[in-house]
Design a protein around this ligand. Structure first.
Ligand code: ADP
Length: 422
């Protein structure tokens, strides 16, 4: 509308006056319409949008003021400015005081072309500005409508997300109960079974059975508690425990899995390391279990080894190494984030949630350390963390001496058994 040529209506009962006015306005970018009477003018005004009306006051039948009065009565024409062209004295303009402010002006005969042109310019430019503002207003209204729709939509999404979250919590609480109940039965029965007369082999089976159950229970608890871990609400316990027992329990739990893939799984406590410690064995086992089961998961040949050693700094250093697929350099930081995996195709192949390392990292941090990984694609990875787990002064001096460790590296050993699993 703004760039359009605007329409101006000239009303005069004398054709020669119409022509005279038209010729004055000739050079302006206007679309000029002419009417020889008030009635004709009203007819044109009904079917066109005009920026301005130039109206002779003295006309037979209906004069300029009457025509203007009728224009005022209609919504469509009420706001169109009028310049009256009159021979009557200036006082007369009071007659039309009632007309919309600023929308009316007077020119006196004989019309001065320069004044006419400048007045027409003012009114048409006002018209253009008004059109621009109306357009902007319409755009704004439209924009506002869209904004309100977007706000409403995001409110709806938020409500849905809240509902989903509530449903998820309820689901987790239910599942927690549903999973724990049979799991407790399994663990309890394994314990009872362990108390009956069993062969050495059976005892070993039951032990694996039992500790796998315990670990599964701990794992379920931790997955359910992920929000707690994320929110930093987990408290690290301080109880006396044996490092050896923790490592053995991890190995026990994972040995079948490792041997099922023909992988060697070993753990090593560096000689001189104090076994008795004060800390949180459940969380420590959880971290090691996460790292070692990942190591097994992402390794198809070779070995997975865990080691622990006292550091000069006073911290205890744990390392879990594998000879597996490795991790691309650009994914090394990412994998410690929740639900992140180095390669989504591995999930399809190996399973997993992408939570293990996120939980492990938080737990290591809570134990006063940090976790890191060194990896070479195609060769393997080593996850390591050094944490504050003080020595237990009360613990019987069961430290591993050089003599207790038999170094089997480089030695070839033949094992004969009729069971492949063994
Ligand atoms: P999940 O194993 O359930 O996918 P994690 O948080 O334990 O979740 O591990 C995240 C990702 O880190 C894995 O999906 C894998 O891409 C990568 N990753 C972890 N450990 C290893 C490893 N030992 N070797 C190769 N990639 C690994």
């Amino acid at each position: 509308m703004t760039g359009e040529i605007v329409r101006v209506l000239i009303v005069d009962d004398r054709p020669e006056n119409l022509l005279a006015l038209e010729s004055i306005l000739e050079g302006m970018p206007l679309n000029i319409h002419k009417a020889l009477s008030g009635n004709e003018a009203l007819g044109l005004l009904l079917s066109n949008d005009f920026a301005l009306v130039l109206m002779d006051v003295q006309m037979p039948d209906m004069d300029g003021y009457e025509t203007a009065e009728l224009m005022r009565g209609s919504e469509r024409t009420r706001a169109i400015p009028i310049i009256f062209i009159t021979a009557i004295s200036k006082k007369e303009k009071n007659i039309f005081r009632g007309y919309e402010a600023g929308a009316v002006d007077f020119l006196f005969k004989p019309v001065d072309p320069e004044i006419l042109i400048s007045k027409v310019k003012v009114f048409t430019s006002l018209y253009r500005q008004k059109a621009t503002i109306q357009k902007q207003l319409a755009d704004l209204t439209e924009y506002r409508k869209k904004l309100e729709e977007a706000v409403e939509k995001s409110r709806k999404l938020m409500r849905e997300a809240e509902q989903a979250n509530t449903a998820k919590s309820a689901f987790l609480a239910n599942m927690s109960h549903e999973i724990r109940t049979p799991l407790n039965a399994i663990i309890g029965m394994a314990e009872l079974l362990g108390e009956t007369r069993l062969s050495k082999e059976q005892t070993q089976y039951v032990r694996v059975f039992n500790s796998a159950g315990e670990n599964l229970l701990a794992l379920i608890n931790d997955i359910l508690d992920l929000s707690k871990v994320e929110a930093g609400h987990i408290v690290i316990e301080t109880t006396e425990f044996s490092l050896e027992a923790v490592l053995l329990s991890v190995c026990d739990t994972l040995s079948l899995k490792a041997h099922g893939k023909n992988l060697e799984l070993n753990s090593r406590i560096t000689p001189g390391t104090v076994i008795g410690r004060i800390g949180d064995p459940t969380r420590l086992r959880q971290i090691l279990l996460n790292l070692a089961s990942n190591a097994i998961k992402f390794t198809s040949a070779g070995e997975v080894s865990m080691s622990v050693s006292d550091q000069p700094s006073g911290k205890l250093l744990f390392e879990v190494s594998d000879t597996g697929i490795g991790i691309p350099p650009d994914k090394l930081d990412l994998i410690f984030e929740s639900f992140e995996q180095a390669d989504s195709s591995t999930t399809r192949k190996f399973g997993g949630t992408g939570l293990g390392l996120a939980i492990s990292r938080r737990l290591v941090e809570l134990m006063g350390g940090s976790i890191k990984v060194d990896s070479t694609e195609g060769e393997g990875s080593t996850f390591s963390f050094a944490v504050d787990i003080p020595e237990d002064p009360e613990y019987s001096p069961d430290e591993v001496s050089e003599d207790d460790v038999i170094d089997l590296r480089g030695i070839e050993i033949l094992i004969v058994d009729d069971s492949a699993t063994n």
